[in-house]
Design a protein around this ligand. Structure first.
Ligand code: ADP
Length: 165
């Protein structure tokens, strides 16, 4: 039987404990989880560069060893899946807010490539309202985000906003 490889794509700007929880659950279900930072070459956006996001993901997921790898890609996710030989896309679901968008995305990806299946994993209830956007807003204003992000990320956020002051 061939190894079951899944891709977990997203912006990860930066990785939060919600993302981490999804990665941990993905590791239980698949032989290998490839976390992939999606970015747009033409329209760079976000607080951290794709390279910084990859670094933070690497630091935060080191404990999983070779069960998890980190990468980045631009262009269509289904093309990236084909390139890497992955047949599953992992997405995380929070409270109702994620559902509509995630449903649209999964159906569009299925339309573009019917061989790739999207599976949804639920993070622990403590991460239900954790979002990278909110974490950045709170960190920018000097609030405590230690419960929402891995410690390596907390440090980077503090450094980033100290520079911007
Ligand atoms: P996007 O780039 O689509 O906004 P993100 O990079 O923020 O997505 O997240 C990637 C995936 O992780 C998405 O499926 C998103 O719903 C999921 N996710 C983000 N935060 C959480 C969380 N706190 N709990 C569960 N899933 C989450």
């Amino acid at each position: 039987m061939s190894a079951r490889l899944a891709i977990y794509p997203g912006s990860f700007d930066p990785i939060t404990n919600g993302h981490f929880d999804i990665i941990r659950r993905g590791v239980r279900c698949f032989d290998h989880v490839r976390v992939a930072v999606a970015y747009n070459r033409q329209k760079p956006s976000g607080l951290f560069t794709p390279a910084e996001r990859v670094e933070m993901l690497e630091e935060s997921t080191a404990e999983f060893g070779d069960k998890v790898s980190i990468d980045s890609f631009h262009g269509l996710l289904v093309d990236y899946a084909r390139l890497t030989g992955a047949t599953t896309i992992i997405r995380g679901l929070r409270a109702v807010a994620d559902f509509d968008y995630e449903f649209q995305l999964a159906l569009m990806n299925r339309h573009l490539n019917g061989d790739v299946e999207t599976v949804f994993l639920m993070a622990d209830a403590t991460h239900l309202y954790t979002s990278a956007t909110l974490v950045k807003e709170v960190a920018a204003l000097g609030g405590d985000i230690s419960q929402q992000v891995p410690s390596a990320v907390q440090k980077r956020l503090q450094e980033k906003f100290r520079k911007h002051e």
